[in-house]
Design a protein around this ligand. Structure first.
Ligand code: TMP
Ligand code: ASP
Length: 243
């Protein structure tokens, strides 16, 4: 597969076209932003962790019946993916209160919900990614009702599978953000990434934050957190393969 030209540069990744219009190459950067790009920095080695972690998790989800954009990892920082048109929604699943949920509703971080809680926001930097309900999504034609139903179902399945996986690594999956896309034939697949940039991952015993909140909140030890949580995941997977 030959890489052609830069199609799009986001905050954390670059996307390139290839000689096949059905495929793109995603390249992960070490750049980090928070608060809609107001805070900027670098997390050394993050691109490598996020590329690998996202691919490991997506490969697993795919095996469990969740369609994803993943084709194959090309190297440390680059992955071949199926080309999709991104549905402009941030699909957030929360198992406990944290971040903007805690701020908006005045709930202490870590309060566990009775059931997984889905939330959508409009992927639109100019508007500051405003919160959306299902009716807003349909009114704005961001997704058709059937697509939204599929997205909800996949998001909850991803939560169930990842919660279980992270539990096996001694990590609590507090919340995460997913993005979905449409293939040329309209099929909805999981896209973007699943990484410490897009998940809240807490040490199950100590509650220590092992994700991008260390960067957002200037907690220090950012690089270490990314590499530790990656080691936990690879440890678990290697253990399984050795069985
Ligand atoms: P929030 O509590 O700040 O709304 O974040 C919820 C989850 O979504 C958290 O795991 C971090 C992730 N997230 C992103 O991946 N991208 C974003 O731009 C934001 C705001 C959150
Ligand atoms: N990366 C996002 C931004 O800069 C926010 C975040 O992940 O906190 O807007």
């Amino acid at each position: 597969m030959e890489v052609r030209e830069l199609l799009y540069e986001g905050k954390a990744k670059r996307v390139y076209t290839t000689d096949d219009p059905q495929y793109l190459v995603v390249a992960y950067k070490d750049d980090a932003t928070a608060f809609n790009g107001q805070k900027k920095g670098t997390i050394s080695g993050k691109g490598i962790v996020n590329n690998r972690m996202s691919n490991l998790l997506m490969a697993r989800l795919e095996r469990e019946g969740v369609p994803t954009h993943l084709v194959r990892e090309l190297n440390d920082r680059e992955t071949l993916v199926r080309r999709v048109a991104i549905v402009p929604l941030e699909v957030i699943v929360r198992n406990a209160a944290a971040g903007s949920f805690s701020r908006r509703y005045g709930v202490e971080e870590g309060v566990v919900f009775a059931a997984p809680t889905l939330e959508f926001s409009y992927k639109n930097d100019e508007l500051g990614d405003p919160l959306l309900n299902d009716d807003h999504i349909v009114a704005l034609k961001l997704a058709a009702p059937e697509e939204l139903a599929a997205i909800r179902r996949y998001a909850l399945t991803v939560n169930r599978l990842l919660q279980e996986l992270w539990k096996g690594c001694g990590v609590t999956l507090v919340d995460f953000k997913l993005e979905f896309g449409r293939l040329a034939d309209g099929t909805i697949v999981l896209a973007d990434e699943i990484s410490p940039d897009t998940c809240r991952l807490w040490d199950a015993k100590t509650g220590e934050k092992l994700d991008k909140d260390r960067f957002r909140q200037d907690l220090g030890g950012v690089e270490e957190a990314y590499s530790r949580v990656m080691e936990r995941l690879t440890g678990l997977i290697q253990g399984e393969e050795g069985m």
